[in-house]
Design a binder for this molecule. Sequence first.
Ligand code: NAD
Length: 472
Amino acid sequence: MDQQYRMLIDGELVPGVSSFDVINPATGEAFASCPKADEALLERAVAAARRALPAWSAQSMDDRAALILALANALEEGSGEFASLLTREQGKPLDQASYEIMGSVYTLRAIARMRIAPKKLREENGNTIIEHRTPLGVVAAITPWNFPVILLMNKLAPALLTGNTMIAKPAPTTPLTTLLFGELCRQILPAGVVNILCDQNELGALITGHPGIAKVAFTGSTATGKKVMASSAGTVKRVTLELGGNDAAIVLDDVDARQVARKVYQGAMTNAGQICVAIKRAYVPAPLYDDFCDELATLANVAIVDDGAKQGTTIGPIQNKMQFDKVKALIEDARGRGTILAGGDALDRAGYFIPPTIVCDLDDSAPLVVEEQFGPVLPVLRYTDIEDVIARANDSDYGLGGTVWGKDVARATAVAMRIDSGTVWVNQHLAIDPAIPFRGVKQSGLGAELGEAGLLEYTQAHIVNAVALEDA
Ligand code: NAD
């Protein structure tokens, strides 16, 4: 525990009022200590972000973009250190951690290139109406533990580009990469533009209720998202909610079952299934079902489940003990209802390891099918009728993503059009692009992140409606 981590307030690296352990999920043991903020430090951070606001929002978009690009360069230079710390706190295999860091660099650069120009809404008979886009003020970014770095960049880059200042609060189990990023912010940005505070789930409600914060950009579970929305009502705060999902993969009957099984496996098991848009249930036509399940089981059986820091690991541990226990309980329940074709038991070693688990023969009411498992466990469900399977896929409170797999792309696209989700991919998965808006429907979210729509969510419309004075 030799490295000291500090929070960032008003351009200063500050210790906490106390600290808490950060656990490496591959060992179940603490490897670092994280400083913890209290309400007084939150007040200091909000005051600093408000003080920094006038000068920051007065800079040109080009000048702010240049500093975002400088952050991208610094993150790229430090990518090795960031990736190994990410693996240690989050658990993901090192190659996937590097991918998240380089994806973060790419996101910062892509968003720094975007611009918003004033829009002329009318110019006639001496009347000019222009819609300007002005910053909201202080934005809070609240992030979860599955992709702690890139999900922060998705918020920080558009917020700063459009002239807002920020308070970032990482999840309690993965705070360190955010704190390390704070050191880059301290070197590159004016004091107070980005402030970083850590907690053990106590600060969220104080942030969402704070009158000095104009917007909360939240990514996390639907249950917490509802609390964010309720608590933000008191100050009519803007909220963007990127919440949970229970994405269905619909396999059509014209595919090679084994080829598509390999793609679906990746979509379900990457990051040990801890992705909001991971494939969380697969619907397969009855004639392809056995081959499809068999191929999934073969892949699951050759997975290398180990510490993400070890070369060759394909599946790391579940990120935290609470999630580990939740996934184990869902598997235990499924054991009594269906057939476990591969995996099924946590590894008998320290750390939170669950091997890729393939479950067949469940019916749609099983908790593993209805709930968001957020782990390396995939239920595979049989269907015979396409209308029926579309209805089953849509029978969920969630509506985040989804995939359709078919040789006839036009037919697969027609099915995709009928899936009630924010994004549906056809014959691919996880094609998230900073230029394309991403959003959940139903209880998967509110508002967009990324793309022009995402950028606009960090601004408010300011209409200036002018006419000339008539001659006196
Ligand atoms: P979580 O809801 O438990 O925590 C998310 C964040 O909210 C953490 O920083 C936490 O400290 C904070 N928080 C806790 N209580 C709060 C409160 N009352 N007010 C405000 N903030 C509070 O989520 P998690 O378990 O860390 O993340 C997993 C969930 O995130 C999954 O459901 C996953 O699908 C979802 N997710 C969604 C997206 C998306 O883009 N839609 C992306 C990644 C993850």
